[in-house]
Design a protein around this ligand. Structure first.
Ligand code: AMP
Length: 346
């Protein structure tokens, strides 16, 4: 039988690396952290990495890739990995990579993502092609906006033109229906080994300053000229109404089914392995309990970080601490032990 001792698990020291590396260690793997020089403190302090490989910037990943190949390492991609390399460069990775690389193009492009989610039958906020069509509250999202900084809300065409003047620059934007409700981020895991979809947990984001504006009166907000921003600072655990869970499972299932029909940018063929491993549907839940999904992340999300010791949902299923990072490592472990590693590499 193939032995997991012959493999190592690696990720970049950022985003969800603590739970990925801890989870891999708990499953018995050797772990490697690729770290930007000077950023290693948490990974050393929490003792999650057996080995460090240092880079000046994550953009230099390809300079050290061969070292990882020599160590028989499997890369677990996360948000920082995809954002530093870009989906296109990820396609050029030669080392073992957990997850379907071709999916990343579909999650990175707002238009492609909409087609995917739409074909999966999910409700999404409407998009307005021109400001003239605005007939409800809208949120304007600039393409270059880092972490939601600089979005603004308008209630009419006139208000749009008035407010856009405060945002000089020619970067593009999208005008999206503003859904009044609460943000709910659903964390999933689909295993190609067990062929089962799991709901791992939920989170809500702690965004600055959006999550503190309500602490001062509307008049003071106006007087101080406060503009809303959505800079993510952390994540908070969330348990949702139990009666909504069937809907959550169904949404995840449909997204997976549809992902197997998406076309691979490189081969021009459908991505038959589709989406697997951890993913997240990012939605606003309105008062009628409709999920309006505004984004999909086709990899582990930072919202799983509160659950390094497991979530209420993983506790139900596993009866042992099971973070999303550890769940990935277990998938890899079972695939190795059943000689099915190919099925989980993409
Ligand atoms: P995004 O950059 O698309 O992840 O959005 C940043 C934040 O803006 C989200 O976490 C939500 O709090 C909020 N948001 C985004 N889209 C909508 C929408 N269509 N309706 C209401 N709130 C939204």
């Amino acid at each position: 039988m193939a032995n997991i001792k012959d493999y190592a698990i690696v990720t970049l020291g950022s985003h969800t690396a603590l739970q990925i590396l801890k989870g891999a260690k708990d499953e018995g793997f050797k772990t490697i952290c690729v770290c930007v020089k000077g950023k290693e403190r948490p990974y050393k302090s929490y003792g999650v990495a057996d080995e460090f490989i240092f880079v000046d910037s994550f953009k230099n990943f390809f300079e050290i890739e061969q070292q990882l190949i020599d160590r028989n390492a499997i890369m677990i991609p996360h948000g920082s990995f995809v954002s530093y390399l870009g989906w296109k460069k990820v396609q050029d990775i030669k080392m073992m990579h957990y997850g379907t690389k071709g999916i990343l193009e579909w999650e990175s492009d707002r238009n492609k993502e909409r087609i995917w989610l739409g074909d999966a039958g999910l409700k999404q906020p409407r998009i307005f092609a021109t400001p003239e069509e605005i007939n409800c509250p809208v949120i304007i999202k600039f393409h270059g906006a880092k972490g939601g900084f600089g979005y603004f809300i308008a209630n009419s065409t006139a208000e749009f033109y008035e407010r856009i003047q405060n945002y000089p620059g020619d970067e593009g934007y999208v005008i999206q229906e503003y859904i009044v409700g609460v943000p709910v981020y659903s964390h999933y895991f689909y295993s190609p080994v067990t062929k089962e979809l799991e709901v791992m947990g939920f989170d809500k984001r702690y965004e600055s300053n959006a999550d503190s504006i309500g602490r001062i009166a509307a008049k003071d907000q106006l007087d101080a000229g406060i503009r809303t921003s959505y800079t993510i600072t952390g994540n908070m655990p969330l348990v949702i109404r139990e009666s909504i869970l069937p809907q959550v499972f169904e949404m995840g299932e449909r997204v997976i089914e549809e992902s197997r029909k998406l076309i691979d940018y490189k081969s021009g063929q459908p991505l038959t392995k589709g989406l697997y491993g951890p993913f997240c549907l990012e939605a606003i839940l309105d008062p009628d309990l409709n999920f309006y999904v505004f984004e999909i992340s086709a990899r582990i999300v930072a919202g799983t970080n509160p659950y390094i010791n497991g979530s209420p949902y993983t506790w139900l299923r596993y009866n042992e601490p099971m973070s999303t990072g550890r769940r990935v490592a277990r998938d890899i472990k079972q695939a190795i032990e059943q000689d099915r590693l190919e099925e989980i590499l993409g």
